[in-house]
Design a binder for this molecule. Sequence first.
Ligand SMILES: C[S@@+](CC[C@H](N)C(=O)[O-])C[C@H]1O[C@@H](n2cnc3c(N)ncnc32)[C@H](O)[C@@H]1O
Length: 287
Amino acid sequence: MTRRAASGPEAKWNPGLYSTNARFVSDLGQPVVDLLAPQRGERILDLGCGDGVLTRKLADLGCDIVGVDSSAEMIAAARSLGLDARVMDARALVFDAEFDAVFSNAAFHWMKDPDRVIAGVRRALKPGGRFVGECGGLGNVRTFVQALETALARRSIDPSTVNPWHFASADEHRARLEAHGFDVMSVELFERPTPLPGDVAGWLETFAQSFVAPLPAAERPGFLADVAASVRSSLRNADGVYIADYVRLRFAARRRGQEDDHGRGPRDDVTRRVAGPARLIRTAPEG
Ligand SMILES: C[S@@+](CC[C@H](N)C(=O)[O-])C[C@H]1O[C@@H](n2cnc3c(N)ncnc32)[C@H](O)[C@@H]1O
């Protein structure tokens, strides 16, 4: 009989583990900062700011930046960098036409209910404000996901309720942004093979906790060891470095202002889904 996890558990974030095993996440955020092209004095919201290392870079560029994250532990780490960082769920943003831009790196695919998140981002932006970000896209870390799901199914647990990620296609993301009253300047899906700083076990310990949570505590170490063993040969390169099969979705959009809205505010049918192709696509930036 297949066991179902009671509910999809929220991930627990540990700033120490994140810094050791996942510093590459913020280190690889520079192209998204470049796409944002922040100007001195702009008021910017960093959505899912984590431990604030990338947020600090934006602050150092002279931006007036606020970071929000649902993890109190990550926000404490961000505050220790001298940032205005607040514990807040991205599904319940409280801002109203306050920001010139909303920026987000490696966080959007963790946020359940993306329509609510984007509706809140739109409200937070001034008309004409930018929403620029990058997150996991369709096919992201497929080797890890398949191994985790296979190992759970082998233990008679239905993996569908515990996978915390939504990896959208470029078409799906574009449609969602447009439905919420954004003009999409660019959205692209691309492979970004990513060297890990150590063994695959560190990656699993940092990012795969939602898959482990439904298991009895005594079974967890064995589960993680099985998953790690099953991915090592696929991910190890000739130099012995583990290369994770990251796929990124990078986008830039602009909130329509009243004057160019032409009566097209956010649509009522924002939950409409546009099925994305099950292959990698690259959508050229427009205009
Ligand atoms: C992989 S980390 C990225 C952190 C940071 N942006 C960076 O580049 O290092 C993902 C972050 O998203 C946050 N997050 C996930 N779901 C969230 C939600 N619903 N609301 C706010 N933050 C969320 C997590 O707490 C975590 O800090």
